[in-house]
Design a protein around this ligand. Sequence first.
Ligand code: HEM
Length: 209
Amino acid sequence: MSSLAASDHPTVVTPAKVIQPAWVRTVHWINAVAIVLMIMSGWQIYNASPLFDFKFSSNITLGGWLGGALLWHFAAMWLLMVNGLVYLTLGFATGRFRKKLLPITPAGVLADTKAALTFKLSHDDLTRYNNVQKLLYAGIIVVGIVIVLSGLSIWKPVQLQYLTALFGGYDVARYVHFICMATICAFLVVHVALALLVPKSLRAMIIGR
Ligand code: HEM
């Protein structure tokens, strides 16, 4: 007796494969909102005592003044931290980080960068990240952890003095915090551009399939 595959049978509809599970989509979009709130209120806080010779335009800051911006920053901080902890816990517990983000090899990154620059990188299988994606995602997760830890050390430099000392003191922690913010902004420019260039990846991050 011959057995039929679902695809051979005209009336059987195979459900589309889940590319991004619901928990990943939920934490991803909560994170995106929290990051935007953190960055815009952070720029307003920076303007009250700039580290460099420039200020951010008030058109792109949040909070109106230092006090208002601090309230936004600390409110969004809880969202970012709790959501980030859920992502890290589930990422390790479900094996997602191991399966999706590893291994990352220098040869793989080089080969995929070359393929991307010559428009030969395939986006057919959305369930697998290429080496450049893996590097960017693993890297931005580390930057996310460092920005939270450096933020905690400049928020509570007395209570968390060992953490602040780990960064080399309050002043260095401020620079580290700023550099992480700039790295996240640079990541976002590339990340959003790529999501728009490959709309089916954006669709999968919204509806899962
Ligand atoms: C409006 C802004 C954003 C858009 C449109 C967007 C879009 C996407 C899309 C489409 C994917 C799936 C990518 C793929 O298949 O290659 C993705 C994954 C990812 N995004 Fe975003 N994203 C945004 C904001 C952010 C932010 C702010 C961060 C962190 C700072 C971030 C970090 C990540 C990470 C780490 C992944 C991989 C998640 C995993 O597989 O566990 N995204 N994003």
